[in-house]
Design a protein around this ligand. Structure first.
Ligand SMILES: *Cc1c(COP(=O)(O)O)cnc(C)c1O
Length: 359
């Protein structure tokens, strides 16, 4: 018998399942509308002059550019290897292993649980209300019970996959319930598609509020792994104790600065307008089909639909090489499929298949 190397791993690691990202689920396909990526990338220039040097942990020009874009000061900004890293850092910074917990409101983004599991934080699920908005009274109750030791409340706005933004009044209630107890994290990965709904202006009055952002979605840069946390300087300082020494490589910093320049922001806003317009037209067409049921929130660059026999429909799409995201097994989302708004050709292909299968 040969030695089983996996027996050396910690019990926690042996018990983990890796996060099933859209990329990992993959599938044989030619059209990928399962990861909420932008349909194409802009062009960027790159200098190799400083590649011999270690980069700054927090490149000042990136912090300044993002702060200007987000309307905060650079000391309120942390840049990370995608917003996924910021989520992990929050848990490692604030949750005592095997004791403290986070609150999530599923169905929501999967990384909060994955990050908690890998870092030994407990996960308390507080199901949302009927309309999928956070159940603020239930969150307050969960926060009040000292045995729960809640340190972080994760809200997602717009929520992935249901597409609704968190209402200001609901966030204010959660912030009030969490005051002096826990941090409230609002994940605004898709906020560029509905900038009027940002809650970032509540940061100055609420040092226990954290907003996470990313260049992966509306900025069309999922490939460079660049995200941000906006928070009080105290919270940022604590997270910077835990972050790796060089999370942002020099080419990433160069691209991020260009993406956040005046010209880069214009390109992003034009992309948002194009995708939002395409989304409206796509939804109108899908609504005409007989197997379309519920259409969920429509703020971000994806739409969650409930279809008659959604599970079957999802695999019919896979067989045609079109990979969507199946939510059939998630709470309250039986027969639901999430579709990313891609290029015009991609959406026409989806519509053509939907019509063909609607007979
Ligand atoms: C895609 C996504 C992220 C991940 O963003 P990265 O910056 O690419 O790590 C975070 N939150 C939500 C809700 C997302 O859908």
């Amino acid at each position: 018998m040969s030695f089983d190397i996996s027996s050396l791993a910690t019990a926690r690691v042996r018990g983990l399942c890796p996060y099933m990202s859209a990329r990992r689920i993959g599938g044989m396909g030619h059209t990928f509308l399962n990861a909420n990526e932008a349909p194409s990338s802009a062009a960027f220039l790159m200098s190799s002059q400083k590649l011999n040097r270690y980069p700054d942990c927090q490149p000042a020009e990136v912090l300044e550019a993002y702060a200007a874009y987000a309307g905060v000061s650079p000391e309120n900004v942390m840049v990370s290897r995608g917003s996924d890293e910021a989520i992990g850092l929050l848990i490692r910074t604030f949750c005592e292993e095997n004791r403290d917990s986070i609150i999530i409101c599923p169905p929501t983004y999967g990384m909060y649980r994955v990050s908690a599991d890998t870092n030994g934080a407990r996960v308390l699920e507080v199901p949302p209300r009927e309309d999928f908005s956070p159940d603020t009274a239930a969150i307050r109750n969960t926060l009040q019970n000292p045995e729960n030791r809640v340190k972080l409340v994760f809200l997602c706005s717009p929520n992935n996959p249901t597409g609704e933004t968190v209402k200001r009044a609901d966030l204010l209630e959660v912030l009030d319930a969490a005051r002096d107890k826990a941090l409230v994290v609002v994940d605004e990965a898709y906020i560029e598609f509905c900038p009027e709904d940002t809650l970032a202006d509540l940061l100055p009055e609420n040092p226990h509020l954290v907003i996470t952002r990313t260049l992966s979605k509306a900025f069309g840069l999922a490939g460079i792994r660049c995200g941000f946390a906006l928070a009080s300087p105290e919270v940022i300082k604590l997270m910077l104790k835990v972050i790796d020494p060089y999370p942002i490589c020099d080419p990433v910093a160069q691209i991020a600065v260009q993406a956040l320049s005046k010209n880069g922001l214009e390109i992003m806003r034009a992309r948002v307008k194009e995708l939002n317009d395409r989304k409206e037209r796509f939804i109108a067409e899908v609504k005409k089909l007989s197997r379309t049921g519920e259409v969920f929130g429509t703020k971000p660059n994806y739409v969650l639909f409930r279809f008659r026999d959604g599970e079957q429909l999802f695999s019919d799409f896979v067989h045609r090489g079109v990979i969507l995201r199946d939510f059939n097994d998630k709470p309250r989302l039986k027969d639901c499929i999430r579709i990313t708004i891609g290029s015009e050709e991609e959406m026409q292909e989806v519509l053509r298949i939907l019509k063909e299968l609607d007979k």
